[in-house]
Design a protein around this ligand. Structure first.
Ligand SMILES: [Zn+2]
Length: 385
């Protein structure tokens, strides 16, 4: 009799444990299913949900990875464009690195935080343009002045805009026979260390191109020079199955559209839009108005993301436009409207200070408010589907 009771007790307990295990498995499966369904819904709504910022300085890596894990991941950001330039200790070209720069260990922390949260990292090194800033020459042309498209334009002691030289930023000469040997080594190295299949080459606001004083470029068509450089970079990346991303401003006619010489081109590069490979991804930035330019790029066969900066109202309009373009286009066009990328033009440390309220209130139109508004609206659209 005692043995019988003992046996019954074990049977009951076993059944109870089985039931608990069954419940646990069911709940885990259901939760993972609902997570998958939610991700697939938002991926259909907006395949690219991006954030673009200067890479943090080495002392801010831990703060920034916390931001990735807690803020970007929570908002389902899936693309992080990190502007690196010379903020990395390049082994292939240590002479080009900033005096304080990220180590491989720093980068691997970023890679880990992103991988764990299904965020794709796209490193950026400015190619062609942006080789100087205000009165300071960038590392590439400081170390290799022979690549300068305008060696006769000297850096001013006190930079002002406008100036007689039309100096905004220096460019390298895209036809210099040795320039790509150097820059592609750092491009390959930065892509390798970030373990990525995509690279952002910048290429915005190129004011110096096809200059008369350049023995290689004078008399050439700026659109062909620009497109040629895009293709050269594209083809190099393609060798390792990597995708090229660039800013879109040089591909828009600034005069006809009224978009001006910054967010569009006054120097005849815009016809390059018909000459570049169709699998280059265009980051179309407009900060003052919600321009409808994504349609232009998509109709040219190019995939496009819209990039707001600091005006929350415009960012929300641009997001709704992007969703509408995807909803009301042919299947061919729809797949080219990729999504939204919030851009931040201050340093990462400064952005984090503002985000976490360590800096005084800077008003409504800030990158922090724009980021919060954009992703709040994305969550709303995703939830209301
Ligand atoms: Zn040149």
């Amino acid at each position: 009799m005692i043995i019988y009771h003992l046996f019954e007790m074990i049977k009951k307990r076993t059944m109870k444990y089985c039931f608990i295990i069954f419940l646990l498995i069911f709940r885990m499966t259901a939760s993972s299913f609902s997570q998958d369904a939610s991700n697939s819904r938002i991926d259909t709504l907006l395949p690219v949900r991006g954030f673009c910022i200067a890479a943090p300085q080495t002392g801010n890596i831990d703060k920034f990875t916390k931001f990735i894990r807690e803020e970007l991941a929570q908002r389902k950001v899936n693309t992080l464009i990190l502007r690196i330039d010379f903020n990395y200790k390049y082994k292939s070209h240590p002479e080009l690195s900033d005096s304080v720069a990220l180590s491989e260990t720093d980068v691997k922390k970023l890679v880990k935080a992103c991988r764990e949260n299904s965020i794709r990292i796209i490193p950026q090194v400015n190619l062609l343009g942006h080789q100087s800033w205000a009165g300071n020459i960038g590392n590439l042309l400081r170390i290799y002045p022979e690549f300068d498209e305008t060696p006769l334009v000297k850096m001013p002691v006190k930079y002002v805009w406008p100036n007689p030289d039309g100096l905004y930023c220096k460019s390298y000469c895209p036809l210099h026979p040795l320039v790509h040997d150097i820059v592609f080594e750092i491009v390959d190295e930065i892509c390798d260390v970030f373990e990525t299949d995509a690279f952002h080459a910048g290429m915005d606001e190129v004011f110096y191109i096809g200059e008369e004083e350049c023995p290689r470029c004078s008399g050439r068509d700026p659109a062909e020079l620009f497109a040629g450089e895009v293709r050269t970079i594209h083809d190099h990346l393609a060798l390792k199955r990597r995708r090229l991303w660039i800013w879109g401003d040089r591909l828009i006619d600034g005069k006809t559209t009224g978009l001006g010489e910054w967010e569009a081109s006054f120097n005849n590069t815009y016809r390059a839009v018909d000459m570049i490979p169709k699998d280059v991804i265009i980051c179309d930035w407009h900060y003052e108005r919600p321009d409808q330019t994504p349609v232009y790029f998509a109709m040219k066969g190019l995939s496009v993301v819209t990039c707001p900066w600091r005006m929350p109202g415009n960012a929300v309009l641009q997001l709704n436009d992007m969703v509408r373009f995807r909803d009301h286009s042919t299947p061919e066009m729809k797949e080219r409207f990729l999504g939204m990328v919030q851009t931040v033009w201050s340093g990462a440390g400064q952005f984090l200070d503002s985000y976490y309220g360590r800096k005084k209130d800077e008003g409504t139109n800030t990158d922090v408010n724009c980021f919060i508004a954009l992703y709040g609206e994305i969550q709303k659209l995703n939830g209301s589907e």
